[in-house]
Design a protein around this ligand. Structure first.
Ligand SMILES: Cc1cc2nc3c(=O)[nH]c(=O)nc-3n(C[C@H](O)[C@H](O)[C@H](O)COP(=O)(O)OP(=O)(O)OC[C@H]3O[C@@H](n4cnc5c(N)ncnc54)[C@H](O)[C@@H]3O)c2cc1C
Length: 574
């Protein structure tokens, strides 16, 4: 008997230790949590890699990539076509007074939420982050997003953190977020090696020496078209690394094909391994539409609803998403910088009707058919938003969000140049309603930093530290990044496939992943009563969970138990 007990104890302990080790391994592989401590740790100036990094695109991904590269390379040049972004207006503290408008980023005035990894990354990259947020009226608050999938409000796992609250996020819309990151990155006093120039990258050139040592797999120049008044000129920058951050334009792929990479049987490629195109792009279309109502509520008016005052210092005022078996709508109110907030009415499907006037917001919120009653103060708050002082600040924008895609550079093998990488929306675009695009850009920047850190640790001599990137550099980076964005892609897709209007990926149907969707739907029903399940939702939204979390035996048992209990109730009520 004692033997059996001892054996069971030993087996349980071993299993426990093994599962902890597996989870730690997956945390490293699938999230940025264990990479974050290395962010912002710069090499000594003398050991920085010689040469210039050219970052193509000066939006969120480009700015983050440039800041990371500053810690590892001698010089960084950001090339951005929108010339005003290189002026004071592109870095202004009070972003609401910005005179210029973004022409290449359609979501500049749409709703925008920042998840926790963005703040976790920015605080490490910029020691003056908090002070600069303050100058821009951006609050830093615990990341309680008050999500209510199917109408069940996720229990936020404050209790799991020693500070008594979950890690923080910034309350800032898209314009304020991008402008803040630009001001921090282009601070010439702190980061003198980063320069931004106005121009459009038009192509890349490969190293001309075609030797057996593979040097022809490196790019050595970036071609840029600059415009000044009526005159146009073409410049070339010799580059040690090229980072494509051109967003959904995915301009990098075109430059590579033109330079003889990726293309089938291109004439100027001797090496046969470069002849076959192995680059695959997965695409599906959630057919998401939404209206954003941007408002500003002065404190004196806000004070009339105490619940709003109490809840406004959180990124989510409320976020109701309907159960896909009953409805296709979503309604979210999110706090931005200063007194700004946005109310978003969204729907899956091309025929979905959306309110084009603020008066229609209440009906839209009702259309989510919440499983739990929507609190009275929310309806009062929507009434308050209709007061003339608030309505006079109203800005309405409508977007049809683009199809989601993921280009699998990580599986492209040696058809890519060794010193070319891509980050952010140039690699993968996900349904923006989940607010994970900025997090994906941060994941890319953190992956780049970790790849460069590993390279530094492996270099034996000072000379090695400062020279060329290895031939497998690009592949190492893309694999690291892909492992960390996979959960965002899959998670979004599984939710989007629940809506009949979604156009699935080639080779799939909307039934793909139906068991997972059923299981997730069951979890949704428990996320407002079970702390462990609430924590699972919060961590996976922030890309801080790992793939096995959802299959934790205790969670699995809870789901099964819930299925049994609720079906008994159903039979009893007949
Ligand atoms: C409607 C909508 C709402 C969204 N809401 C959210 C949200 O709430 N939260 C969130 O985190 N994410 C959200 N996203 C996603 C988020 O905006 C993107 O993931 C994020 O902007 C990615 O940034 P990026 O730098 O990769 O690309 P982009 O922001 O698209 O920037 C690309 C940059 O490249 C430049 N460029 C283009 N071509 C060239 C060229 N040839 N040479 C040089 N530069 C070039 C452009 O001028 C631009 O500055 C939303 C997206 C949409 C469409």
């Amino acid at each position: 008997m004692t033997g059996v007990l001892l054996f069971s104890l030993l087996a349980c302990t071993t299993l426990h230790l093994l599962s902890r080790a597996l989870r730690r391994y997956l945390l490293k592989k699938e999230t940025i949590l264990l990479d974050l401590p290395f962010l912002g740790q710069a090499r000594e100036e003398a050991t920085k890699i010689k040469g210039t990094v050219v970052v193509c695109g000066g939006s969120i991904s480009g700015l983050l990539a440039a800041r990371v590269c500053h810690d590892h390379f001698e010089r960084v040049v950001i090339v951005e076509p929108e010339a005003w972004l290189s002026t004071e207006d592109g870095r202004i503290c009070e972003s609401w007074n910005q005179r210029n408008k973004r022409t290449r980023v359609m979501q500049y005035n749409s709703t925008h939420g920042n998840l926790v990894p963005i703040t976790d990354g920015l605080t490490r990259l910029f020691p003056n982050f908090e002070a600069e947020c303050q100058k821009s009226g951006i609050s830093i608050v615990p990341g309680d997003f008050r999500l209510s999938p199917g109408g069940h409000t996720v229990l936020c796992p404050h209790h799991e953190y020693s500070t008594g609250s979950v890690p923080s996020t910034i309350l800032a819309g898209r314009r304020a977020t991008e402008t803040l990151i630009r001001r921090l990155t282009l601070d010439q006093q702190t980061y003198p090696n980063i320069q931004q120039i106005s121009g459009t990258v038009t192509g890349v050139k490969r190293t001309t020496t075609n030797s057996d040592d593979g040097t022809d797999r490196y790019l050595d120049k970036v071609t840029i078209r600059t415009e000044s008044g009526d005159s146009r000129s073409i410049t070339e920058i010799i580059s040690v690394l090229v980072v494509d951050c051109t967003g959904p334009t995915r301009a990098g792929e075109k430059w590579l094909r033109h330079a003889g990479f990726l293309a089938n049987g291109s004439n100027n490629i001797e090496n046969s391994s470069l002849k076959s195109s192995k680059l695959k792009t997965a695409t599906y279309d959630p057919q998401m539409h939404y209206m954003t109502f941007g408002l500003s509520i002065p404190p004196s008016i806000a004070a009339t609803i105490p619940e709003y005052v109490e809840k406004k210092d959180a990124p989510g005022i409320f976020a109701y998403k309907g159960d896909a078996s009953k409805t296709n709508t979503v309604c979210v109110a999110a706090k931005g910088e200063g007194d700004f907030l946005t109310i978003t009415c969204g729907a899956w499907g091309s025929n979905a009707s959306l309110p084009d006037k603020f008066e229609g917001v209440k009906a839209h919120l009702e259309s989510v058919k919440s499983a739990t009653p929507i609190p009275e103060w929310i309806w009062n708050f929507l009434d308050l938003c209709q007061q003339p002082e608030v309505q006079s600040t109203l800005q309405v924008t409508k977007v049809r969000t683009p199809p989601s895609f993921w280009t699998h550079f990580e599986s492209a093998g040696d058809v890519l140049p060794s010193n070319w990488i891509a980050i952010g929306d140039s690699v993968c675009v996900v349904n923006p309603i989940y607010g994970q695009g900025g997090t994906k850009a941060m994941i890319g920047a953190v992956s780049l930093n970790s790849t460069l850190h590993q390279l530094y640790k492996k270099s034996r001599t000072e000379q090695e530290k400062q020279t060329f990137l290895p031939q497998d550099f690009s592949q190492r980076f893309f694999r690291t990044q892909a492992n960390k964005i996979a959960s965002i892609w899959m998670g979004n897709k599984m939710i989007d496939y629940a809506f009949k209007s979604t156009i699935p990926e080639e080779g799939e149907t909307l039934d793909t992943g139906s068991f997972i969707r059923w299981y997730l739907n069951r979890l949704e029903r428990l996320c407002d009563s079970d702390k462990q399940i609430g924590s699972l939702f919060w961590h996976s939204l922030n890309a801080y969970g790992v793939s096995i979390d959802v299959l934790h035996p205790v969670i699995f048992i809870k789901v099964i138990f819930h299925v049994i209990v609720t079906s008994k109730f159903w039979y009893g009520s007949r």
